[in-house]
Design a protein around this ligand. Structure first.
Ligand SMILES: [Zn+2]
Length: 128
């Protein structure tokens, strides 16, 4: 029994720096994604960062900005690199999110995590 406990501790001690390193990437990825306005995906991206490290951070950075929070890592882009397809289906009522989901007038936050005000602001900012 002592051997089992001993090897468990040994494995833990071997894995500990590795887990710490993974957590570091996890928190970095989560911070980037939340900074870009994806609060609801922070947990998911923590695990992406945990398992995929630098690659997950790159993926997080490639996500379009959907919030007005200040980015400490990169200068804010004036024009988005993507074309939002969100539309208001009637006057301030039913709205279609950028992700394609149609939401009722009482829905303030889409199931994808985008806020109605942000989706509408994106449309206003990029309408030609
Ligand atoms: Zn959505």
């Amino acid at each position: 029994m002592a051997n089992v406990v001993g090897s468990a501790v040994g494995i833990f001690l071997l894995l500990f720096p590795f887990i710490l390193w993974c957590c570091l990437w996890g928190f970095t990825t989560k911070a980037v994604v939340i900074n870009r306005g994806y609060e609801s995906e922070g947990r998911k991206y923590f695990w992406y960062g945990f398992w995929f490290g630098m690659f997950a951070v790159i993926v997080a950075f490639s996500k379009p900005q959907i919030s007005d929070t200040v980015q400490p890592f990169a200068p804010r882009r004036v024009t988005p690199r993507w074309e939002p397809d969100g539309v208001v289906l009637d006057n301030g009522g039913i709205w279609k999110c950028t992700c394609g989901t149609v939401n009722g007038s009482g829905v303030a936050v889409c199931q994808c995590g985008r806020r109605k005000v942000d989706v509408l602001a994106e449309q206003g900012g990029t309408r030609r």
